[in-house]
Each structure stands twice: as C-alpha cells, then as structure tokens.
Design a protein around this ligand. Structure first.
Ligand code: FES
Ligand code: MG
Length: 578
C-alpha cells in the first residue's frame, strides 16, 4: 500500500459510478462483480484504467497481456483498483493503407473510453509507432493523471553474424536485391533474423523515438524507452508505473501539469540528440494541439538547430536499442544535453527531469557520445520553406548526405505511389543521380493518411553505379527507420491544392538546407496558368471514417489531427446511462 493519506477517498470520479447507493450504483457495481471483484475494491480507492493496445495483428504489442498483469500488480500493491480495457491497436506492419490514417481514430477511441468510464487515473500501454501518439492524444484531451508504459524494443537482429535493424535493413536489403548485390533467397532468409523476440522495432525508428519522446516529455518513469521488451526490468518498470499511477491520482498530478510547453521543448531537443524520427514532428504537434500548448514547426527548427546527435543507433548509426539500454538508456542522453533542457519540467514520478537524470551513468561511449565529442554535428530537424511548400517541409540532416545539402536539380515527377512503382524500374526513365525525385498525392488527404512512402527507392541504373542517395521531395512521411536526403511533410499537400500539385517533369528545384530554403524555379505566372488548367482533388470516399478523415484532417504542419479534435475538453462526469 502507498503510505500517502488519501483525503479524496470515495469523493473522486469513480465514486460517482461505484460510490452510490441508488439503482444506478447498484448496477455499475453488480455487473463488475461478475468478474469476481470483491466488494472492498469499490470502497472509493483510486481506480486506474489500463488502456491496452494488445493485438495479435500488432506484433509489436502482442506481449501486452503480460505487461498489463505487471501494471495491475503495482496498482494493487499501492492500494488502487486496476481495470484493463482494450483500445484500437494500429499496427504499423500490417494495417493498410497506413497505420497513420487510424492514429486519430484510435485517439478518439481512447478519449471517449477514458471520459465515459469510471476511472480516476490512466496507464497507457503503448509500443508500435502510432499507438504512442494516439494514446497520448486521447489522454491529453481528457487530462486525468496519466502515465505511459512502453512495451519495449525487440532484441537486436542478427544476420550472418551482423547486426540488422528493423526497417533499416528492409530498405538496405531491398535496394541490394534491386541493384543485383543480394539474392532473393538471402533476402527471404533474413526475415526471421530481424524479428527474434517480442517488442517493437529496435532501430531508432518511430516506435523507439516515440518511447523516447514519452520519456523526455515526462510521461513515463525514467528509463522507460530502452529496456528490451523481454527483459525482466521492463516488467519491473510496468509494476512501478502501476504503483505510481495510484500516487498520481492521490497527488492530482494531471497530464496538463506534465505536458507543458517546457516539456515539448525538452522532447524536441531530445529528438535531435537521439537522431529521432521525422514522424515525431507531426505527433508532437498533434499532442500539443490536444492539450492546448502552442507549438509549431518553427519551434522544431529553432530548438533543434544547435543540438548534435549523440546516439550511434541505426538508421543514422550502427547500434540498436538493446545496446542503448546496456549503455544507460535515455537518462544517459538527457544528462549529456542538460544545458539544452528545461530542467524544472515535472515528470510522472513527481520529480523534475533533471533530478531524474543528473547522475545517470553511461556505460558505453561508442553508443552514447559525449556532448563535447558528438556522434554527428546536426541532430535536429531542418524546416525548409519556399514557394513549393509555403507552410514548410522537414528534413532530417543526420540521415541525409552532406554533399546534397545545397543542390539544384531537374524534377522527375511521379503523380502518386503507383505511378512511381510503375516507372522506377524502367531503364528508359529519363533520370540520373543529379535529378530530384518528386512524389505527389501522398499527404494526409491524398493517400489518405500520409503514408511512409517519401523515401522512394532509387532507380536501378543509379543504384548500379554504387550511388545510394538522391534528393526526394514529397508530401508524404517516411519510416523512422529510413534514411537519405528526403524532404517530407510538404504543406500544403498536393491534394489540398498546394503548389506541389503543379510541378512538372523538367522543372528545376533548388535545395539549400543551411539557409532552410526549398525553391521551385517556375514563375508565379506559369504556376497560376497551370493551376487554372488543373483539376481539383475530389474526396474518393462517400462513407465511413475515411470520408470524415479526408474532409477534416489538418495539414502536416498542424500535426495532421482532425480539425474538430484540437483543444482539450477534460473529463466531466457524463449523465447516467439508464
Ligand atoms: Fe511496430 Fe515498427 S512495426 S514498431
Ligand atoms: Mg513506420
């Protein structure tokens, strides 16, 4: 039991369901008792909802039944009543057309469940890429005391005694097959070597990035991000998080006290220091929108500019999350970047972020580099602007080629991803390594869901020369496990009538990353003529969630949330159900 006095016992949210002696209270308790819960659990103690994204269709979260059991142990130990509930599990590896399309749907599921059910605090069980932002968004709209527990990364992949990383080696191996350097038999056999244990992608892809974002936002206990899914310490952390959730309810440590502007600034700086995924940009913007914090793309560029990358993990480096855990995990990084942090930002354990990490050890300087001797000089996200994307586009310098940071090239245009797939292997395609590949109609409305297709593979005739990078420009996202000089999240997107829709083969494009400039060398008059001659995008859906999504989704620079979900609405106790 927690030793804290609980003056609110019996007087909080859940008591308005289970603390009543009328017919409604009787009904709320009686039906719960069919699960074997004894009467004393309904005595007004803190009720902790455990939002579980378990699904066998989401392999990254398939071990979450066990994870939830350990959270429950902690909740019981601290004197709370844990109640687990399922929420939509958007699986990055299985769900079409893209898990991102359903991030906002999952967030609505979480929000409405938290608000409509008798809980006083929440534990969010998250893992695969989109489950972390979705659950944080939903919980942020409600603002109960909330703590996150990530499921943890898979163990390192090994292929022929070499480390291989989720996602990163799909891109590497598939390009090697297309360039004639790897057999299809070897390609197929590497599949099983990649995924050896429970857990999410073990590169610094979007899942590991978002676990690190949750930790640097203060939404988890220290050390959450890196512990492998199958390590006993992961289950200790789940247990301790369950205990802590009860105390957070007693302390009334609500999510909005943790998710402040300071916390988001800390997360942006952390993203730079870990070489994190570009996907964190849209997700943090969306989470901030839900809790009412003003955050925009300029914050990403401003705060990330001077942050070096300290972490030697794929896709930017050579190691994997298991190595990161042994090296000290995220606290070792946060300690190094202390001068960049808002040190007073409060975290889920009630202490400031700096109190948590100021003495954090590092056990391997080949994994976690020192600030004075960084792994790569530029860790942040560069935000490019110009006439092609007036509302901005993003690039991850640590994953890009230095020699392409200033470049003028001829556009080779693909109208959509199917057009790209149909043309890219055609030897007669008029393209060489100096060209800029341009992909349209893959943004939030256009795909729909802003799929991870921005890192288009190179044409075979370029790959055969041993060249592995070209500039690519789109309104899409890319996997956090991908790499290359890839300009993403262009806003407004083609399907929203952005200038991208009117780029043609042969147009010249100028990229100048040091000056944050992306320029389409076509006159305003010519663009106006093309726009007048063009046809407007029409929503292809006439029903269902996809129709609603395409009609209401915001552009990438606003986090691609549905417009009517932005803003916090709290957790009023809703009217009785009978
Ligand atoms: Fe789930 Fe990568 S597919 S984290
Ligand atoms: Mg992904």
């Amino acid at each position: 039991m927690t030793d804290r006095p609980d003056p609110m016992k019996g007087k909080r949210r859940s008591s308005q369901w289970w603390g009543k002696t009328d017919k409604d209270g009787w009904a709320h308790r009686s039906w719960m008792k069919n699960q074997g819960f004894p009467a004393h659990l309904f005595d007004g103690r803190p009720v902790i909802g455990i939002a579980n994204t378990f699904s066998e269709f989401n392999p990254c979260n398939a071990h979450f039944r066990k994870l939830a059991e350990h959270v429950k142990r902690g909740v019981y130990e601290a004197g709370g009543f844990p109640v687990e509930f399922p929420v939509f599990s958007n699986s990055e590896s299985q769900l079409r057309p893209t898990a991102m399309l359903y991030r906002n749907l999952a967030s609505m599921d979480v929000e409405e469940a938290i608000r409509g059910l008798p809980m006083d605090g929440v534990v969010l069980l998250v893992g695969c890429d989109k489950t972390t932002p979705a659950l944080l968004m939903g919980a942020a709209s409600c603002d109960l005391p909330t703590i996150c527990v990530s499921g943890g990364p898979m163990l390192n992949g090994y292929y022929k005694n070499e480390k291989i990383g989720s996602g990163t080696h799909i891109w590497k191996f598939s390009e090697a097959v297309r360039g004639g350097q790897m057999s299809i038999e070897d390609f197929m056999s590497a599949e099983a070597d990649n995924s050896r244990s429970a857990g999410h992608c073990m590169t610094m892809g979007t899942a590991s990035t978002m676990a690190s974002m949750a930790e640097s936002l203060g939404m988890t206990l220290p050390g959450n991000a890196a512990i492998p899914a199958v390590d006993s310490r992961r289950y200790v952390l789940a247990h301790m998080s369950g205990m802590r959730a009860v105390e957070m309810v007693i302390e009334d440590l609500r999510l909005s006290k943790i998710l402040t502007k300071q916390a988001f600034e800390n997360a942006i700086v952390t993203n730079g220091a870990i070489g994190g995924s570009t996907n964190a940009v849209v997700h943090l913007l969306a989470i901030a929108g839900r809790v009412g914090v003003e955050l925009d793309l300029n914050d990403w560029d401003r705060l990330g500019r001077d942050v070096p990358c300290l972490l030697n993990l794929m896709p930017s480096g050579e190691h994997l999350m298991e190595d990161f855990f042994y090296a000290g995990g995220l606290p070792a990084i946060l300690r190094e970047i202390g001068d960049f942090l808002n040190k007073d930002a409060v975290t889920a354990n009630g202490k400031s972020i700096w109190e948590n990490v100021k003495d954090a050890p590092c056990w391997n300087r080949d994994v976690v580099f020192e600030l004075k001797k960084p792994f790569k000089p530029n860790g942040g996200i560069a935000v490019l602007r110009g006439n092609l994307f007036p509302d901005g586009a993003v690039l991850k310098p640590s994953a890009a080629s230095p020699e392409l940071m200033v470049h003028r090239g001829r556009a080779v245009v693909f109208e959509d991803i199917e057009d790209y797939k149909a043309k890219i292997d055609d030897e007669s395609l008029d393209i060489d390594e100096t060209c800029i590949m341009v992909l349209k109609n893959c943004g939030p409305k256009g795909y729909p869901g802003m799929a991870e297709v921005g890192n288009m593979g190179l044409p075979p005739k370029v790959l055969r020369k041993g060249i592995t990078d070209m500039i690519r420009v789109s309104d899409a996202r890319m996997s956090g496990t991908a790499y290359g000089t890839v300009i993403l999240h262009g806003a407004p997107e083609a399907a929203a009538g952005g200038p991208l829709a009117y780029v043609q083969n042969g147009d010249m494009i100028e990229v100048d990353v040091p000056n944050r400039r992306l320029h389409l060398d076509v006159s305003d008059e010519e663009m106006a003529r093309r726009r007048a001659a063009g046809t407007a995008f029409v929503n292809p859906y006439d029903r269902g969630y996809s129709k609603l999504y395409v009609e209401t989704v915001n552009q990438a620079d606003k986090g691609a949330d549905l417009d009517f979900l932005v803003g916090k609405s709290g957790t009023p106790v809703l009217r009785e159900s009978h």
